[in-house]
Design a protein around this ligand. Structure first.
Ligand code: AOF
Ligand code: ZN
Length: 440
């Protein structure tokens, strides 16, 4: 019989394992699993690496072999009960003779849910809710996507200490350091879509591609020594440094946050692993091939279809979607997404629903104080990543445009999850505090 502290410790390890899949599992969740033998010794560990690959439970059970019989499995997400890309984990756990299953978070997706009920029906003891908060955090993009049917949104901006993102004349390169910019590229690479407004496209002509290795060969970017992410126990580069640093992003706490820590593995996600990670079945993917099999989709929010046909965002380097108003007439040579209008421009909730329908789990929102203001006003920002440079401008556009705050009681309150130095700059991670009526 496990005592609760033991449950928490093993689940913390499972959450840690789950975090190793961040950036590569989309459109699937990140999931981690620890299997104990009947005597309580760790017999197997695993995590989900990519959609179509083995689920965390299967990886851990494989490692445990016969030792799983009569043992306990800790899983960050309720075991699936369906045959999708792989077989049901509920069945795999039963076949392995597991006696007890401890789950952090119930699976909200109708197609896969039911694992806990099936296990109980077969006499397995099931506990749900252990370390739920940490498991929610590590998997927050996917849980938002699965529960709300819309993509999860991270709004990123870079600004001076006085919150400005450009000078009076509109020039904005480079407010933050190369280290901060490299960090941004890693976050982009871990996202399913990069979204910018037409204002940014017209002003800056950005490419909106993720170029982590190109921009930051010496800035602590993902190294070529990236361990093969085979979903099982693998030693992890950088695991000794920066403990706790990325707990806010990864869902891990304290020293368990290690492998994402500091400049070794900065950021939201193991972004680099999309480009260099090996996989369980085929060893490794060629450099430059996202482990998820796709480069982030580029999305331009362009109500009136003003994107210039020669814009870099239409250069073919990655797929691009131009979101325009449903009633606009245009011959823009791009894939269009027609959306209802909203008082702000386009209905951004509809945009996120459409993106979710295209299996975009995570959106990285960049470029455009106006667009970010609209997202904020519509209650559609789930996480904020701010890079603040030790510089001031005193004039010039603010990082965020009008966000529906006319009077102070309308203020958007957030809470800080992380405050950390990146080169000479500071990275702040914050999330909106739930306010009634804000979320759509
Ligand atoms: C994962 N990895 O470790 C677990 C998952 O498309 P499939 O067949 O891989 O099934 C994906 C669903 O299975 C997923 O949406 C989630 O509901 C459930 N559990 N998924 O990708 C895992 N345990
Ligand atoms: Zn499964």
């Amino acid at each position: 019989m496990q005592i609760p502290e033991r449950d928490a410790a093993h689940m913390a390890r499972a959450v840690d394992l789950a975090g190793r899949g961040r950036g590569t599992t989309s459109p699937n969740p990140v999931v981690g699993c620890v299997v104990l033998d009947a005597a309580g010794g760790v017999a197997g560990e695993g995590f989900h690496v990519y959609a179509g690959g083995p689920h965390a439970e299967v990886v851990a059970l494989r490692q445990a072999g016969e030792r799983a019989r009569g043992g306990t499995a800790y899983v960050t997400l309720e075991p699936c009960d369906h045959t999708g890309r792989t077989g049901p984990c509920s069945r795999a756990l039963l076949d392995a003779g597991i006696a007890r299953v401890v789950v952090a978070v119930a699976d909200p997706s109708p197609k896969a849910a039911g694992g806990a009920a099936r296990l109980r029906a077969h006499g397995v003891a099931v506990t749900i809710g252990v370390l739920a908060h940490a498991a929610e955090r590590v998997n927050e993009e996917w849980l938002t996507y699965a529960r709300r049917g819309r993509s999860h949104v991270t709004w990123k901006f870079a600004a001076t200490l006085d919150g400005r993102s450009a000078a009076e004349d509109g020039t904005s390169q480079w407010i933050t350091s190369p280290e901060a910019r490299a960090d941004v590229h890693r976050l982009r690479a871990a996202s399913d879509a990069i979204v910018a407004g037409i204002g940014t496209v017209l002003a800056d002509d950005p490419r909106l591609t993720a170029r982590p290795a190109v921009l930051a060969p010496n800035a602590g970017g993902p190294s070529n020594a990236e361990p093969a992410l085979d979903g099982a126990l693998t030693p992890h580069a950088g695991s000794a440094s920066g403990a706790g640093r990325d707990a806010a992003l990864s869902g891990r706490s304290g020293s368990a946050a290690a492998h994402l820590g500091s400049a070794d593995r900065p950021a939201l996600d193991d972004a680099g692993s999309r480009h260099s990670a090996g996989t369980a079945d085929d060893g490794s993917l060629p450099d430059g091939t996202p482990a998820g099999g796709r480069a982030p989709l580029r999305v331009v929010v362009d109500t009136d279809a003003r994107t210039p046909p020669a814009a870099r965002v239409l250069d073919g380097a990655a797929p691009t979607l131009v979101a325009v108003a449903a009633d606009v007439t245009t011959d823009l040579p791009a894939e269009l997404l027609r959306l209802p209008r909203h008082e702000d421009g386009l209905d951004l909730h509809a945009l996120l629903k459409e993106l979710a329908a295209r299996e975009v789990v995570s959106v990285f929102l960049e470029g455009g104080p106006e667009l970010a203001g609209s997202f904020m006003r519509q209650g559609l920002i789930d996480r904020v990543v701010a890079y603040l440079a030790p510089a001031v401008l005193g004039s010039g556009p603010a990082a965020l445009g009008a966000a529906g705050v006319r009077t102070i009681s309308d203020i958007h309150r957030l809470t800080f999850d992380e405050i950390s130095p990146i080169g000479p700059d500071v990275r702040l991670i914050a999330r909106p505090i739930a306010q009634p009526g804000r979320e759509q």
